[in-house]
Design a protein around this ligand. Sequence first.
Ligand SMILES: [Zn+2]
Length: 722
Amino acid sequence: MRGSTRTLTLSLSKGGRAAVGLVVTIGLSVGCKQAPRIPPPRLGFSAASFDRQRDLEQRFRSSVSVEELGKFHAMVTREPHMAGTDGSRVVATRIAQALRDAGLDVETIEYQAYLSYGKAITVDIVAPVATKLRVTEPASPLDRDTSHPQLGPGFVAYSASGDVTAPVVYVNYGLPEDYAQLAAHNVDVRGKLALARYGHSHRAVKLHTAERAGAAGILIYSDPADDGFVRGETWPKGYWRTQDQLQRGNGKYSWFWHGDPLTPGVPALENAARQDAARAPTLPRIPAAVLAWGEAKKILERLDGAPAPSGFRGGLPITYRLGGAAARARLRVEMDNGLRTIRDVIARVPGARRADREVILGTHHDAWTFGGVDPGTGTAALLELARTLGALRRGGWQPQRTITLAFWDAEEFGLIGSTEYAEDRRQALRDGAICYVNTDLYMNGRLDAGGTPSLRDFVVEVAKDIPEGSGTMYDGWIGSRGPDGQDRRDGADLKALGSGADFVPFQDYVGLPTLSIELTATGGYTYGPYHSNYDTRFFVEQVADPGFRGGAQLVRMLGTTALRLGESQVLPFRFSHYARKLKDFIDAASTWGGGEDRRGMMAVDLTALREAAARVAEQAKSVEDRLDDRLATSNLPASQIDRANDLLARLEQRLLDEDQQWYRHVIYGWNIYSLYDGQPFPGLAEAIRVRDAERARKEAARITAAIDRLNAGLHEVAELLR
Ligand SMILES: [Zn+2]
């Protein structure tokens, strides 16, 4: 039984709905004398159809195997396989073969992406004492993989090439407020080498802020206060980074557009029109490199100048100083940039009734090095899902709708494989895709889910149906709010999706309902070997998921989600919760204009926005009541339900602003100054951040118009089911 917590009582208003339903049922059943109807057992299913569904889901879940999952993991983590290299081609070929062996229909799609590798990178201290710094990671005898001959130095993809010798300035996280503090201390960053620590923003943002401040280059390191011994046990026993492990990654300015940096809005095919790399806004103009803290410390302890303000101090036993004079370093970066072939591998179980409607689950297969966790865990989980779905298909089962499993390439270079596919198939996705579900990686911990609010009630139901320990996966999820005093009455919520994984093009460019379903461990998504030579199978077997039991649970969650979206009679989207989230966002936005010191309070009138959100709440309720009544009475004429399903699946698209080049979602975006977090009302937030009242007024009107479009769509569904 569901509804045992206040969450569901609140969110599904079961009691109220049943009462309304009763009236309607009596109205409809004149002359056919029915008993008062029972609410549908699960969103989107009549009682009879859920009986069959329950059996199917149980068969699926019991067929998930930790042994098979572990074999898939070994298969995709055997050698380094950075996108565009031969290693990546080999892994893509193995994945395609495994999917065919599983009995799925497989397609490999190639694009020509502009990728960026480090060719020659050196970092040297030149004063006060000449010291060569290491930009590679020493191998460890504990993990044979770390001595693999194909492993190269750490580098920042899309860094400019250059040779800079300059004084070093410590810029903390490299956030705008950090540069404001430096200015307040009269530290001039122009022409200097910025030394920034990882955390609080994507590394590309650190490059961008350094570039804007006039720095000649940037070095980025992981401080133990953010990712190291200060946080907890380090590799190989725990999740945190050692003094030798550095973090690679891309420095592409993806807030202009994601995917290939030279082909916004069109697939990066052989003959695509490409921007000039010398002028593309997505590419940094200063050289950058990454260091492990063991090396960065050699610079930090030699910095002179004023002691750093308290917010700048990391976890090393030294006095952090701002620098800028005596300590000088030389950064030399030579990049190898060019078009390389990348390969998306797509597998399908075609739908029996609506092969042209699909639920898509995706992960990536390229890795900076071995991809033990990132993305080996996610790739292995999706391969095990393919194997189990294939076994069901061999046994004669076919879903109602197509279930598609996608293995994207070049995610690490900025979501390139997924974005090029979304740009390539945009119209087909808008017409036929009902949901995109992403899993980048997992670590054996609690369920962590994010996505579109219309899927919240659905994900809650699924999580409650998957046994775990003495409870269900839902218990772990709701527990993840922790003892921090957060309001739990509302139960689990989906976090707003920002950036950092392959859901972005589907949410922000295509406008699909989107989910991210993963498991996280103690440090959230931070873990020591992340983007290091040490992200290997050894680390997964030692720490991240010994025995692959977490992975098996994740496969059960993903598969149950896919089976339900693939089989439900009515799509399980609920917009009451969306209306509530809109109201929450408006409440939050009404405080944004204040500024930290309440200086020059900027008033933005949000009344029209509030009224629009209230109309959505009302309309959503009547749609939900009508849909549940139809399911309860099995009054489901196929053509009408097909039309209602298409309307429901495409409601999210009404929240896009089609005039925008790439980031089109009006409600959701990416807050680049807080790492990967989702930013509600991104346009309005930016207008208020830069204190532009006229722009803020226009943004509020743009959001109101989008919410009104959503409301009109809900009205169409309600009328259809009248
Ligand atoms: Zn990843």
